[in-house]
Design a protein around this ligand. Structure first.
Ligand SMILES: NC(=O)c1ccc[n+]([C@@H]2O[C@H](COP(=O)([O-])OP(=O)(O)OC[C@H]3O[C@@H](n4cnc5c(N)ncnc54)[C@H](OP(=O)(O)O)[C@@H]3O)[C@@H](O)[C@H]2O)c1
Length: 339
């Protein structure tokens, strides 16, 4: 075991677009294992859009990271020393939030789930078998009230939530369409079963392009981005459309400031549409049922997911910024150790 624990600590609460200077890499002692805890070493660290709001100075649904604290984040990790009954050295665990951007964390059993690598490979436990899996599931089937035949538009469609939501929609008999930044991302979406897609970075008239692709409108919009993509979709709603606001990643550089854009409010009335905010934590009691089904689908090869892996703890802030810039294709992770 190494003698130091490298940690990324937050330097300041961030306004505007974060940069790598907003964190500092420090060396701390590896924690001592207390009774009832175990020490785990990170294999994969998670980086995800929700972290943007946790370092902002504005109101959020959860507590933020204070300057000087280790940056929040989940990990797939291996237990290297244990004084918690029933948790053995060598076992794999996953934390959704409570590991932090560091090599080692002292954890309590109630803060982790066991990783069963025979059920699904380790990296999937921060993706399909993690929060994003249950996000795609409940956003579609509960909040989105998905019905067979629905034309489902998904933004950030080649990302972690997006790629899964598209495949689940297809498996449920709906027809998924993608919006993503580049042609390469749209090509990936088509490969995994999306009916069509639009690369928004090259598109001058996104609302028009959506209309051309979906002349009868969008029945269900899984909104991962907010911003101009949301505005374009609002001009293309089918009657009784549902808009599930899953994420607002396009606001990463202006959290807490008014999100100013064209306003198409009357479209809500005309379509008798419903917009609803979604928070995966609201479904916590039911995550297990969704993961059981998702594991079956993964094992059967009926869903596939792509990963974008940065190597080395020192690259963690940069990997996070890749997600905010849309440089990732598939689920962005950081590989910290061989495991
Ligand atoms: N509400 C919840 O409970 C919950 C839970 C999990 C995740 N989420 C949300 O789900 C969304 C997807 O998360 P994820 O982990 O799967 O991330 P992801 O989609 O793998 O990565 C983020 C993607 O956002 C897109 N993006 C970044 N900046 C953008 C901009 N300015 N305009 C438009 N798109 C932009 C990029 O895709 P393109 O290159 O295609 O633009 C990027 O690849 C996020 O908004 C996240 O906050 C919400």
């Amino acid at each position: 075991m190494a003698e130091v624990n490298r940690q990324w600590r937050l330097v300041r609460r961030v306004e505007g677009m974060p940069s790598v200077e907003d964190w500092r890499l420090v060396e701390a002692p590896v924690p001592t294992v207390e009774p009832g805890t175990f020490l785990a070493r990170a294999i994969y660290l998670d980086v995800a859009p929700y972290m943007r709001a946790r370092i902002a100075a504005v109101r959020n649904y959860a507590r933020g990271v204070e300057p000087g604290e280790v940056m929040i984040g989940g990990a797939v990790a291996r237990i290297v020393a244990s004084r918690a009954p029933g948790w053995k050295e060598g076992e794999l665990v996953v934390t959704d939030f409570g590991f932090g951007w560091q090599d080692y964390a002292l954890l309590r059993p109630e803060a982790v789930r066991r990783v069963d690598p025979t059920l699904a490979p380790p990296e999937t436990w921060l993706d399909v078998m993690g929060l994003n899996g249950v996000t795609a599931w409940f956003a579609l089937f509960e909040t989105g009230a998905l019905r067979p035949g629905d034309r489902v538009l998904i933004s950030a469609a080649a990302g972690s939530v997006g790629q899964l939501a598209g495949q689940l929609a297809r498996l449920a008999g709906a027809v998924p369409y993608a919006v993503a930044s580049t042609a390469a991302k749209i090509a990936w979406c088509r490969e995994i079963g999306f009916e069509g897609g639009i690369a928004h970075r090259d598109c001058e008239d996104l609302a028009g392009a959506i209309r051309a692709m979906l002349p009868n409108g969008v029945d269900l919009y899984v909104d991962n981005t907010a911003g101009p993509i949301h505005d374009a979709v609002l001009q293309n709603l089918a009657p009784r459309a549902r808009i599930v606001v899953v994420g607002t990643v396009s606001l990463a550089d202006r959290l807490g400031r008014p999100d100013i854009g064209p306003r198409f409010f009357r479209e809500i009335l005309v379509a008798r549409a419903r917009i609803e905010g979604f928070l995966v934590l609201d479904f916590e009691k039911r995550w297990g049922e969704a993961w059981a089904r998702l594991a079956e689908l993964l094992r059967a090869g009926r869903i596939v997911t792509r990963y974008d892996v940065a190597d080395g703890l020192e690259r963690t802030p940069e990997a996070f910024l890749r997600v905010l810039r849309g440089d990732n294709l598939g689920k962005q992770l950081v590989r910290v150790s061989a495991g």
